[in-house]
Ligand binder design. Structure first.
Ligand code: P6P
Length: 334
């Protein structure tokens, strides 16, 4: 495969969407630059004493790891200057961040989780940046209101993630399939390595934190029991794989198929994962790759978030496997 850069890939794809302006390409370029900067910091984390927690607790009630805070600051700084945005929402920021008047603004809205899975950094396990790109509703002017941002996931213009692992990968979709790029650190460029990614119709891996079992509701228990006994199309038992880093668990599901489950439980009745900066962007990718994403009863992309940090249960992956969960939930009253 020839060395195809993200810019070249976008230009090829943009030929198919004439209304696209250079604004989006510029947005993605600065998002990629932020990812490269974060990747470099993570690779040196152990040496630069930036591991561990800051002692602060974020709006999610989670201990803020130093790298969370560094990644958040890198993205806020870089993206406020990209000229394509009017507002940003970060998992690490309690409120919506509006682009200040001294910076060039555009019509896009960026929602991101700067470093998902960051609790794994100290043990050198994959972490990732997840991003979602929305457009400001037509006709809206003046200060961006939160109502303009709280859009259902199907309105996303693009979504993706940067996975910091043995290699650093960028996986994203602009609504024309899902494409994976691997960072060549030698030249500092993401090169197309996984064109047109497709999730297998059914997989043989289920991914859930079974430690939460005693807190799940009955349909969630029955759903996980189903994957303990069902067979893959090849007649194989399912394997259990759980990294505890959503981007890593999702990336494996995207490549190998199967299902990632984060059910609601007694302590988290709406689940743990955030709708806007985790579930919706990954649901966009899953559907673009031929898979599905559900909260057990409804398609994730149809749900309009009520707040910036709204949470949701998440069942995402191979279409057949997600449908199996939905069939179980359908037998229980909502
Ligand atoms: P648990 C990380 O904090 C995260 O948001 C996801 O990356 C990960 O999939 C999930 O939480 C892990 O949660 O409850 O299994 O530790």
């Amino acid at each position: 495969m020839a060395d195809i850069t993200v810019t070249e890939h976008l230009l090829l794809h943009q030929k198919r969407s004439p209304q696209a302006t250079g604004q989006f390409t510029g947005l993605l370029y600065d998002l990629i630059l932020s990812g490269k900067t974060i990747s470099r910091r993570i690779n040196k984390a152990g040496l630069l004493d930036i591991l561990g927690g800051t002692g602060e607790v974020n709006v999610q009630g989670e201990n803020v790891q130093k790298m969370d805070s560094i990644a958040n600051r890198i993205l806020l700084y870089r993206m406020e200057r990209c000229g394509a945005l009017c507002a940003m929402g970060s998992e690490e920021e309690p409120e919506l961040v509006r682009v200040r008047p001294e910076f060039p603004r555009g019509d896009y809205i960026l929602i991101f989780d700067p470093l998902d899975g960051s609790s794994n950094i100290d043990v050198n396990i994959n972490v990732g940046t997840i991003f979602s790109i929305l457009r400001r509703p037509a006709g809206c002017t003046g200060e961006v209101s939160l109502g303009e941002v709280l859009q259902p996931g199907m309105q996303q213009v693009a979504a993706g993630y940067i996975l910091y692992g043995p290699s650093t990968m960028l996986v994203f979709s602009t609504g024309q399939g899902v494409h994976g790029f691997t960072l060549d650190p030698g030249v500092g460029e993401f090169l197309l390595s996984h064109p047109d990614m497709r999730i297998p119709e059914q997989g043989h891996i289920y991914s859930v934190n079974e430690g939460n079992r005693n807190n799940w509701d009955e349909p969630a228990r029955e759903a996980v029991e189903w994957f303990h006994t069902c067979k893959s199309p090849e007649g194989k038992d399912y394997s259990a794989r759980y990294v505890g880093s959503l981007v890593a668990d999702f990336h494996r599901t995207l490549l190998y198929g199967g299902i990632y489950l984060y059910p609601p439980d007694k302590n988290k009745p709406n689940g743990k994962l955030r709708m806007m900066c985790e579930a919706a962007p990954l649901a966009f990718l899953a559907e673009q790759a031929g898979g599905k994403a559900s909260d057990g009863r409804r398609r994730i992309l149809e749900r309009r978030p009520e707040t910036l940090h709204a949470r949701t249960p998440l069942f995402i992956g191979s279409a057949r496997d997600v449908e199996a969960v939905e069939a179980i939930y359908a037998r229980y009253p909502a």
